[in-house]
Design a binder for this molecule. Structure first.
Ligand code: DC
Length: 236
């Protein structure tokens, strides 16, 4: 069989995008559809931020934060409890699934994510996980840095207001008393840090398919991605 007759099956799928662009919902649905595992790498940076808060370390203390990233045991597993969670997140063996979604973590996770030592520690773990089985990996720098040879790269984008409204609805559903303007402000702040950091900034890989999710629900995005896969199969 020559190369052109091989069916196109992407074993590593990178999905990048900004805060609340729909990566997690889309990634989980897509992984289920394909029978792949799904790793949301934002969880790992959140776990580092949580541990930094636990230890009372300043999120801008590069040396201390990097050390935390290097020694913290982060485990992401299938959900063991039906309480709306998409994964179980264990930090040093303890279930911290909901803790990493708090306002305090949201407020400092982008700051701790800029440090090269933190990124190196996370990237190493992410690459190891990707070697184990077919995977949909979600983040900011998966297609550009973590898995530059990913078989398929998707970049999700949506306007800031659409994303803020999505995040606002999620927070309200969790019973949190938040204001849309505050959610929007924090989202723009995090976009700014994530997109302008020197190392591995948020940006589409040159060979990524860019999907605008403003007018699409998660299932619509998954169908768009499956159509891209099908098109690539037909083109071979
Ligand atoms: O996707 P999220 O909002 O859970 O990600 C939290 C933060 O983690 C995000 O603001 C920046 C950082 N992050 C990163 O720097 N690189 C990734 N691959 C994933 C997340």
């Amino acid at each position: 069989m020559n190369q052109s007759e091989k069916p196109y099956v992407p074993h590593t799928i990178a999905i990048d995008g900004p805060v609340a662009s729909g990566k997690t919902t889309v990634g989980l649905l897509l992984a289920k559809e394909l029978g792949y595992i799904c790793l949301d790498t934002g969880i790992m940076y959140r776990a580092v931020a949580q541990k930094v808060l636990d230890l009372g370390i300043s999120p801008i203390d590069e040396v201390a934060v990097t050390q935390v990233a290097q020694v913290t045991d982060i485990d992401v597993r299938e959900p063991s409890v039906q309480d709306g969670r998409q994964f179980d997140v264990l930090i040093d063996g303890a279930d911290r699934t909901w803790d990493i979604r708090t306002r305090e973590v949201n407020a400092c996770v982008s700051e701790v994510s800029v440090f090269p030592g933190v990124r190196d520690a996370m990237t190493l773990q992410q690459r190891r996980i990707a070697e184990r089985s077919p995977i949909v990996m979600l983040g900011r720098d998966i297609g550009t840095v973590v898995l530059p040879n990913a078989d398929l790269k998707i970049f999700l984008k949506a306007s800031a207001m659409v994303r803020a409204k999505r995040r606002y609805e999620e927070e309200r559903a969790l019973g949190r008393d938040v204001r849309l303007e505050d959610v929007l402000e924090l989202l723009l702040h995090r976009d700014n840090i994530d997109s302008n950091r020197q190392l591995a900034p948020l940006k589409p890989a040159k060979d990524a398919f860019i999907i605008n999710t403003d007018d699409l629900d998660a299932q619509g995005v998954v169908e768009t991605i499956l159509a891209i896969i099908e098109d690539k199969q037909t083109l071979r």
